[in-house]
Write a protein that binds this ligand. Structure first.
Ligand code: 5GP
Ligand code: ZN
Length: 116
């Protein structure tokens, strides 16, 4: 078990201390809209427990990681996405700015153009 971490933005959203536009919840994960969307659908899926990044989550709580990935799929279904991208920025050099594990569910426009 990981206790909430003081001054962690996503722990505060999980605790309801900071509002989030929540779109889906499970026992272990919550999903809410990104405040600065980069696609028509941009939802963050986070474990309720604090883990610094997705690798640490997977190592410490494999079932929690599985729940997060399944929750991301459910978000895509609820949002009516034909397909989506699930991104985990990891570490400052990897573009991570909030150090509570989270996946970005991005969809609603043609992402395949960028994969060539
Ligand atoms: P990262 O850069 O760590 O992968 O992603 C952090 C994400 O959190 C960014 O896309 C950013 O827009 C989002 N974000 C930052 N502050 C808030 C907030 O207070 N509420 C919500 N919903 N998203 C936030
Ligand atoms: Zn946290």
């Amino acid at each position: 078990m990981s206790a909430p971490v003081n001054d962690c933005l996503f722990c505060k959203i999980v605790a309801g201390e900071i509002p989030g536009q929540i779109v889906h919840t499970t026992e272990r994960s919550i999903a809410f809209r990104d405040i600065n969307p980069q696609a028509p659908t941009h939802v963050l899926v986070v474990p309720r427990e604090h883990h610094e990044n997705v690798g640490e989550l997977g190592a410490a709580d494999p079932a929690g990681l599985a729940d997060l990935v399944a929750a991301a799929g459910e978000v895509a279904r609820l949002e009516g996405l034909a397909g989506y991208r699930l991104i985990f920025n990891t570490g400052r050099a990897g573009g991570q700015t909030v150090f509570h594990a989270h996946g970005h569910v991005l969809g609603g426009k043609n992402l395949d153009e960028h994969l060539a």
